[in-house]
Design a protein. Structure first.
Length: 367
């Protein structure tokens, strides 16, 4: 006779998943806090997006457009894409989850990289599949290591490009080499959440590769440079066959009306986005040089954050720096969960915050 169960039991493996922990946003006892832990833009959202959001609030009794047509058209017009190949979601997190649950199951494997975005592993495990973690080289995705890990069980490869929390990127020629060597039934997911910040001639977000392939998708977000993290908007560009499958399983109204309106307005205000990108480029360079000058190692970044490495000595480690900065109101992101226990990730914030962190870390290193 089976033992009596006193409550519902999660499917095997669910309780083995480490829940995602977002960056902290406050410090007890500190009045003024600069949150530099979640890669949010210091520019906020476009005024045009804010106005669209306010107008959407006048019709909260109505269901949103289940196809997010206004938003998809704005994305398509801006990027020169076919809106039929775009699907929108409740953040790119939802879209990554849809991909995992649609294309992975028990017995399948999906490849992720050593310091890749934690959500990949969570969604792979939630789908009942096995995440296969491959090593990176100098905090950069190693295409050859990925290819060496491919087996007959491999069904997907997830790559953040640029990477989070490293800020490094994979040149498009290497992405194309990876794709060419993958079996045609393996799904290649290019997560380009930080693409708008990159100013490198050998970088592509993945649009061209998606357009010429049947097994590649690109995901993007409005949570970073567009300043709409609170509304949770993501989008995916992919082949018709993949979108057909995703549209069969996504929620019928998975993007709310305010998000659709604000997202479309934000996408069409590219002048605002360019100003934010220029500010970021300037400050990534300034922060990298200033932090290096006080004796810290900084991984070269093309995103809107820098990864700061601390000395392996008592009183000078990342955990010590985190406590020191927090006491002064500067909240950075510990990245031990990404396999980087002696580093902190710092979002590029407003000028006052950026200068304050450099000054505080100068004091910390000179103690």
């Amino acid at each position: 006779m089976c033992a009596e169960k006193t409550s519902p039991v999660p499917r095997a493996g669910v309780m083995d998943i480490a829940a995602y922990v977002p960056g902290k946003d406050h410090v007890e006892g500190v009045a003024k806090v600069y949150k530099l832990s979640s890669n949010e833009t210091p520019f906020g959202a476009s005024p045009k997006a804010l106005e669209a959001f306010r107008q959407a609030g006048e019709h909260l009794e109505l269901y949103p457009d289940g196809q997010a047509g206004e938003l998809r058209n704005a994305i398509a017009d801006t990027h020169g894409l076919n809106p039929a190949n775009i699907i929108c979601g409740n953040g790119s997190d939802e879209l990554l989850g849809l991909l995992a649950h649609t294309y992975l199951g028990p017995g399948d494997e999906a490849i992720i990289t050593q310091h890749g975005f934690l959500v990949y592993k969570i969604q792979i495990l939630a789908a009942g599949a096995k995440p296969v973690v491959v090593q990176e080289t100098d905090l950069r995705v190693d295409v050859d290591a990925i290819l060496a890990a491919v087996t007959d069980k491999t069904k997907a490869v997830f790559i953040a490009n640029p990477g989070n929390p490293t800020g490094t990127y994979v040149p498009m020629q290497d992405i194309r080499r990876l794709h060419a060597a993958l079996p045609s039934h393996v799904l290649l997911v290019l997560d380009a959440a930080y693409a708008e910040y990159v100013r490198r001639n050998d970088y592509e977000a993945g649009v061209e590769l998606v357009a010429s392939s049947k097994n590649v998708v690109m995901t993007r977000t409005f949570s970073k440079i567009y300043g709409l993290a609170a509304l949770r908007i993501g989008w995916l560009y992919g082949p018709a066959g993949i979108l057909d499958a995703l549209n069969r399983v996504r929620g019928p109204f998975n993007v709310n009306a305010a998000a659709i309106a604000a997202g479309a307005a934000a996408m069409r205000d590219q002048a605002f986005i360019e100003k934010a990108a220029d500010f970021n480029l300037t400050w990534v360079d300034k922060l990298t040089h200033a932090l290096t000058a006080i004796g810290l190692k900084v991984t070269p970044s093309v995103a809107n954050f820098v990864l700061i490495h601390f000395p392996d000595e008592d009183g000078k480690r990342a955990v010590d720096a985190d406590a020191f900065l927090s006491s002064r109101g500067y909240v950075l992101r510990g990245v031990a969960g990404y396999g980087l226990p002696n580093a902190l990730r710092m979002t590029v914030g407003p000028e006052e915050a950026n200068r304050g962190v450099v000054e505080a870390l100068g004091e910390f290193m000179g103690r």
